[in-house]
Design a protein around this ligand. Structure first.
Ligand code: MG
Length: 391
């Protein structure tokens, strides 16, 4: 069965603050719509995703979807004055490709999950219409509009809260929407209601509490918390390294070549800072240390640029679907002076790790003439790394 998802994102409403319609507002670093599209593209059974947007929102749409590189995301459709009209225009736009089934989903539900989508798709194998919904568990009271006096208590048995996606056999829902548009004076709150009106049996499948609709500012904060909670586990690691001075005329520190009265002695280029940082990242992952992955006994690493070691650590993070949140390096030495090279060092580390420079700290301190660094026998480096790893 070929299934297309139509995401309805044509609303102008921002019942909560901000000038932007809520589907384009930031949620944990990405626009709400981006979360929504990615969640639906994450379901392999979905053959295409198409978004219905408001006239004039094309630039916002492009911004929101710029990071998405998936051929299944088709060009957007311009919606109408009401949600119902927007959905109908979206369906009309799909008529040429005529999918077997269509799932209609609200952009204001960015936390939709694959299991819910699959339950709707599964129901459509035997039913012409199906929607995600949740049984009502709270006791329901009815009050006179405007008054806060209970008139009656409703029986909640058999009551469900409707969510999206709502799925339909394509030809049937297109026909229902066309007839509903022609029947003046009919307004419907969702597409399942149009299906009911058209006489289609509508099947309920279990939705998800997490698939809630963003309505208030508090919903936005709740969604951000949910994403943070599910997006990964925060890890920190620390690293420490020392290299002694030897005759020479330069040192490598944080990937930067600095002229000096001595060089640092080591099997590789002896970049003490990158070694400490590599260990910090490996430590955060519980993945051994630099000596284990690049043994000094191995001739391949003789004279190697230490960026190779750090790149490998970054690749290990990526392989675990992780991201590097920030890193911080402290150099302990009397000389050379680090200040003039600090930004070049930060830039070099940022480039190797593929992160922005604001996530890289480089600092230096002397040890007041005390100890081996004070006696100018060598340089020590400490580093910490914070990662976010997939659960
Ligand atoms: Mg070392």
């Amino acid at each position: 069965m070929k299934s297309t998802v139509l995401i309805v994102a044509a609303g102008r409403g921002s019942r909560f603050g901000g000038d932007l319609p809520k589907q384009y507002q930031d949620l944990a670093g990405r626009p709400v719509l981006c979360h929504c599209v990615e969640a639906l593209l994450g379901v392999p059974e979905v053959a295409a995703v198409r978004v219905v947007i408001a006239a004039g929102d094309l630039h916002l749409y492009r911004q929101a979807t710029t990071a998405i590189n998936d051929h299944r995301l088709a060009e957007p459709v311009t919606g109408g004055a009401t949600r119902q009209e927007s959905v109908r225009l979206g369906l009309e736009a799909l008529a040429a490709s005529a999918p077997d089934t269509v799932l209609i989903h609200d952009a204001a539900r960015p936390l939709v999950d694959g299991a819910t989508v699959r339950r709707v798709l599964e129901a459509l194998r035997t039913a012409p219409a199906a929607l995600a919904a949740i049984p009502v568990v709270d006791t329901l009271k009815r009050a006179r509009p405007g008054a806060k006096i209970v008139e009656t208590t409703l029986c909640r048995e058999g009551l469900w809260r409707a969510q999206t996606p709502q799925g339909f056999h394509f030809a049937a829902i297109l026909d229902a929407h066309r007839r509903a548009a022609a029947a003046s004076g009919s307004t419907f709150t969702d597409d399942a209601e149009i299906a009911e009106w058209a006489g289609l049996p509508v099947t309920l499948v279990m939705g998800a509490e997490r698939n809630f609709k963003l309505t208030t500012e508090a919903d936005m904060a709740r969604a951000a918390r949910e994403l943070q909670h599910s997006s990964g586990e925060v890890r920190t690691g620390s690293g420490f390294d020392v290299h002694r001075f030897a005759p020479g005329d330069h040192v490598w520190l944080c990937g930067v070549r600095i002229p000096h009265t001595h060089s640092l002695d080591g099997h590789s280029d002896a970049d003490v800072a990158l070694h400490a940082l590599t260990d910090a990242i490996l430590g955060a992952m519980g993945d051994g240390d630099i000596g284990q992955h690049f043994p000094p006994s191995d001739a391949r690493w003789k004279g190697a640029a230490s960026r190779v070691f750090l790149l490998d650590a970054a690749r290990r993070v990526a392989a675990r679907s992780g991201t590097i949140t920030n890193v911080d390096v402290t150099l302990l030495c009397e000389s050379p002076r680090v200040g003039p090279h600090r930004d070049a060092m930060r830039a070099a580390i940022a480039e190797i790790l593929g992160i922005t420079m604001d996530r890289v700290g480089v600092k230096a301190t002397t040890t007041e003439g005390l100890g081996f660094t004070g006696r100018r026998e060598g340089i020590a480096a400490m580093a910490t790394a914070t990662l976010c790893l997939a659960r």
